[in-house]
Write a protein that binds this ligand. Structure first.
Ligand code: SF4
Ligand code: SF4
Length: 189
């Protein structure tokens, strides 16, 4: 399909692989730390082993970051509206060096990131096509956990997952395949 430049896919910026961080820094002529503190944010994936932290472009509204670059995303970040800091006139300003997850994004022309009409089908699609687990694993040797407050440790993560599961039980009637939905929430949160 031909991209309609709607910008929808750039409302949830893709995760970087470590090599993407190097490439973006070279492209912008900045040190990696400068890129982190100006353009990136520390996102995470939570599972039974604890948090796995990764870097992603920060979201902005009217050119201003909606969360502080270089820091861990706030809890409501995933559900906050905004556009990728690298989006200019609905085009990716770092296109040749865009994050790995952006590169792997397959647009189905239905703007599913904005409106999810069939959550079960969407959950299945995300789990089948996402490379988030692979990207999160690549960041483990970089110890991004040292950049986030100490309270975000494994115990905190497990408590968060427990709370999440309690909330998800409310959906059990509508979504009997609860494990699938729980995994989706962990991937997207
Ligand atoms: S959602 Fe699809 S059509 Fe819209 S900008 Fe992204 S790739 Fe293009
Ligand atoms: S890095 Fe580029 S492709 Fe990825 S979300 Fe940002 S603007 Fe879109």
């Amino acid at each position: 399909m031909k991209c309609k430049m709607c910008g929808s896919c750039c409302s949830e910026p893709g995760w970087l692989k470590p090599a993407d961080w190097d490439n973006i820094a070279k492209r912008l002529g900045l040190r990696k730390e400068e890129v982190l503190n100006k353009y990136l944010i520390i996102d995470f994936l939570a599972d039974e082993e604890g948090y796995k932290f990764v870097l992603a472009p920060v979201k902005t509204v009217d050119g201003e970051p909606i969360a502080e670059p270089g820091k861990k995303v706030p809890w409501n970040y995933a559900h906050s509206l905004g556009k990728c800091v690298f989006l200019e006139d609905n085009l990716c300003s770092i296109h040749p060096n865009k994050p790995s997850e952006c590169l792997s994004y397959q647009c189905d022309d239905s703007n599913t990131l904005v409106e999810i009409e069939d959550p079960k089908a969407y959950a299945k699609k995300v789990l089948e096509t996402s490379n988030r687990l692979e990207i999160a694993a690549l960041w483990q040797p970089y110890h991004l956990d040292k950049l986030v407050p100490k309270k975000f440790d494994k115990a905190h993560c497990l408590k968060n997952l427990e709370t999440e599961e309690l909330l998800l039980k409310e959906y059990q009637q509508d979504f009997p395949d609860i494990d699938l939905i729980a995994q989706l929430e962990r991937l997207l949160d």
